[in-house]
Design a binder for this molecule. Sequence first.
Ligand code: DAK
Length: 257
Amino acid sequence: MGYEYILVEKEGAVGTITLNRPKVLNALNPALMKELAEALETWDADPELRVMILTGGEENFAAGADIKEMVTRDAVQMMQGVHGNAWQRIRKITKPIIAAVSGYALGGGCELVMCCDIVIASESAKFGQPEIKLGIMPGAGGTQRLPRLVGKHRAMEMVLLGNFIDAAQAERWGLVNRVVPKGQVVAEAKKLAAELAKRPPLAVKMAKQSILHGLNVDLESGLTIESQCFNLLFATEDKTEGMKAFIEKREAHFKGQ
Ligand code: DAK
């Protein structure tokens, strides 16, 4: 499929999406967001594909929603959903998404990172929710996912002041899994994706679902969700293969069945 604002590359079980508006630091216009949702959904439904990587390449992840597109928008248009439903579609993706982040990940860019499941950051990465400086506030999860990830007080500082944090601070605060040298973020994400692609896909899907749903409910409900996902996996061939492989002291080969 031909896209205008993103690049897609499928290598075996791993799909990489690169945001591709470098002249505007990958600012997220509605057309880009629509393409991104389409690409992720296509791969989510592709049985060969097991892991997705979302990146902006080695320069910048995304400097937020496109301010030049938003400047003339009014509240009624926003309530009518002129920006479409890409964000809702992205959060329903069931396969794991690894974010590979270099340079700026701001506003909607930072929120996009938080929609991913594992985050590898370059030393050059800078994260922020600067919407407040534009007279607005985060609108794609920044006030909800950020405090869950870094805690209330740190989220307050980032959202109310709008200043940026560097990669090391993002790692200390738990916003990213790890930091790698500049120029290596995509390669590192691909290494991790190759390892993740060897894991049983149905178990990976259920575990992702259990963690994400569990974050939104009380502990007792979360444990019930976990129990249901866990029990269901005993119906899979991959469970038999995984356990047999252990007993036979060989590597397991999972089929996603
Ligand atoms: N939008 C449009 N263009 C942008 C942009 C952005 N967010 N960020 C950068 N650019 C453009 C610049 O205008 C410039 O283009 P020209 O002027 O050369 O044509 C080019 O990219 C290079 O940028 P700079 O010249 O500014 O580069 P610097 O290195 O000097 O500064 C910077 C880099 C990242 C610090 C700076 O560009 C900056 O502050 N950018 C804006 C960051 C920002 O405020 N981001 C938050 C945007 S608001 C929604 C959900 C979420 C959202 C919206 C809707 N719905 C659910 C509907 C999210 C909102 C946001 O993200």
